[in-house]
Design a protein around this ligand. Structure first.
Ligand code: ADP
Ligand code: MG
Length: 557
């Protein structure tokens, strides 16, 4: 029986775990329990949707067993189990979630960050154990197998005897060292506390044999110890709890336990609706952009539960594209378990929930903008572009939803401002909302085209992202005011045209010469009133500005 090698990424992660100096090693238990819970979810779901299987709630649980003498900690579950192939693939390969593959070398060096912020899964067991054994029997299989590894030099798989379907993970807990105490992971009280802290909301019972004392028969002050099986977790999922009972730490733990992101969530939204449609939801607005957010790889969606059972891990119909950054879950008792993806799209209940959720997110963002401006700006930095895409790709009415959430850098305020703030500051004689496009704020400040508008004392919005101008073109107006580029031919600012003509005539030879030299590159060469300190600038006649032309040229197709 030869040793099999870990896939390269996995090996790297494994080494990181083995050598970890991370101080919150205890999270390994959270990871293993969450895997056990996922495995029970799977078998539960199968039983509910397959008539040939019956489901008895009492048969589904997780059990944690510490054996101090042998220094082993066992986590067993009655979940769906793994076949030989699954043991090899699921435990020999990580990277399927891409968690590591996209991290830079530098980020990887800081293993702390990764371990702390992102669920590292099964391999975290190696933070506390020097040997990990997995014994598993898959649903529908007659054979069971044992997977074993002492670290990054590989793993073995061999047939093994196991009666019941499910998985047992056995950790050989490391010996204490001078600096590190590993004994605590064999200590009953400590284990109970860790389970309570991280896994209280797991929906299946997490059992432990705990030590109890009772008076010795015939004696008043002598006691005997005995073991009694106890359920450690409260089992009520967080989303069914009352908001008032929960702290922001609870939500953060949930965010992490669910692996919604690497960051700390910026905001959570906890919804419990008991009306035309009944559902619970916990949504998060992340702080940081996921590494693949603006790529094709990114998949939006919320976890969808039907009365506590996970039906789909990324239900995209629950979120509009422009809110694709939102993470979280929805649980509704009004959804059928058996519903297929195709049917789901047309499900009336789901549509109602989606609409409801959309409004909750919008309201949350609006109140964040109003009451927590700094937070909102952090959010906008990461996801503002997505809101602008939303406005740009408007086929319905959502630009109304989004326009008040937009922000741009202001020439006057020297910071981000909303369109509402801009319009409320407009002097009476100002006709348009002015904007200037460029790569950076610094570059725009130097644009000659801004001079006339700025000189009039009008505020200019700086458009530094490709999408800005496209989005604005879709909006057309805000509160009845049209948008106008500072390089547009008509700025709606009074100038003395006779004087222009006079100047043009006076320098006719120069203008003719310039036209000849520039040829097709320009349509016309004219005297301009908009300049003060700069000798020349470009202007456009039509709707498309120079910046937009550049973007259009880069666009595929
Ligand atoms: P993740 O849970 O994010 O998928 P993990 O590293 O925690 O990543 O686990 C890897 C995979 O191993 C899981 O996706 C699952 O397929 C399998 N697995 C781990 N633990 C169990 C278990 N107790 N029962 C069944 N499958 C498991
Ligand atoms: Mg996991």
């Amino acid at each position: 029986m030869g040793k099999k090698q870990f896939q390269a990424e996995s090996k790297r992660l494994l080494e990181m775990m083995i050598n970890s100096i991370y101080t919150h090693r205890e999270i390994f238990l959270r990871e293993l329990i969450s895997n056990a819970s996922d495995a029970i979810d799977k078998i539960y779901y199968k039983a509910l949707t397959d008539d040939s299987l019956s489901f008895d709630q009492n048969n589904y649980y997780i059990k944690v067993i510490a054996d101090k003498e042998n220094r082993t900690l066992k986590i067993l579950d009655t979940g769906i189990g793994m076949t030989k192939e699954e043991l090899e693939n699921n435990l020999g390969t990580i990277a399927k979630s891409g968690s590591l593959a996209f991290k830079t070398e530098n980020e990887l060096k800081d293993g702390h960050e990764i371990i702390g912020q992102f669920g590292v899964g099964f391999y975290s067991a190696f933070m506390v154990a020097d040997k990990v054994t997995v014994i598993s029997k898959a649903l529908g299989s007659d054979e069971a197998y044992k997977w074993e590894s002492t670290g990054s030099d590989g793993f073995t798989i061999e047939p093994y005897k196991k009666e019941s379907v499910g998985t047992e993970i056995i950790l050989k807990i490391k010996e204490n060292t001078e600096d590190e105490n590993y004994d605590e992971y064999l200590d009953e009280y400590r284990l109970k506390a860790i389970i309570k802290k991280y896994s209280d909301f797991i929906r299946y019972p997490i059992k432990m044999d705990v030590t109890r004392r009772k008076p010795k028969e015939g004696s008043e002050n002598e006691f005997v110890e005995y073991k009694e099986e106890q359920i450690i977790n409260s089992m009520v999922p967080i989303w069914r709890k009352n908001k008032n009972e929960l702290t922001s730490e609870d939500y953060e733990n949930f965010y992490r336990e669910k692996h919604y992101g690497f960051d700390k969530p910026l905001k959570h939204i906890h919804i419990s609706v008991d009306g035309a449609v009944r559902y619970h939801a916990i949504l998060f607005i992340p702080e940081k952009m996921p590494f693949d957010y603006y790529t094709k790889e990114y998949e939006k969606g919320l976890e969808l539960y039907s009365n506590g059972v996970l039906v789909m891990s990324k239900c995209s119909d629950l979120l509009p594209d422009y809110f694709s950054f939102v993470k979280g879950m929805v649980d509704s008792e009004d959804l059928s378990l058996n519903i297929s993806r195709e049917l789901l799209q047309h499900d009336k209940q789901l549509k109602l929930i989606a609409k409801n959720i959309k409004n909750k997110i919008k309201n949350q963002l609006q109140s964040m903008l109003k009451d927590e401006r700094d937070k909102y700006e952090v959010f906008y930095k990461s996801f503002g572009r997505q809101l602008k895409y939303g406005v740009y790709s408007d086929f319905g009415s959502h630009k109304e939803d989004l326009q008040d959430l937009l922000m741009f850098y202001s020439s006057k305020e020297k910071k981000m401002v909303t369109l509402d703030e801009y319009v409320s500051r407009m002097p009476e004689d100002q006709k348009y909302i002015y904007y200037a496009t460029g790569e950076t704020v610094e570059r725009i400040e130097k644009l000659p085209q801004t001079e006339l508008v700025a000189d009039k004392g009008y505020e200019i919005l700086y458009f530094t992202e490709d999408i800005d101008e496209f989005a604005i073109k879709m909006l057309m107006t805000y509160k009845g005011k049209e948008f106008r580029s500072v390089s547009s031919g008509d700025l709606g600012i009074e100038t003395n045209d006779n004087q222009n003509n006079a100047e043009e005539n006076e320098h006719k030879e120069l203008f003719d010469y310039l036209k000849k030299v520039l040829g097709d590159k320009v349509k016309d060469v004219r005297a301009s009133k908009r300049l003060k300190t700069h000798p020349v600038c470009f202007a456009t006649d039509g709707e498309i500005t120079i910046e937009m032309e550049k973007v259009l040229k880069q666009m595929p197709g």
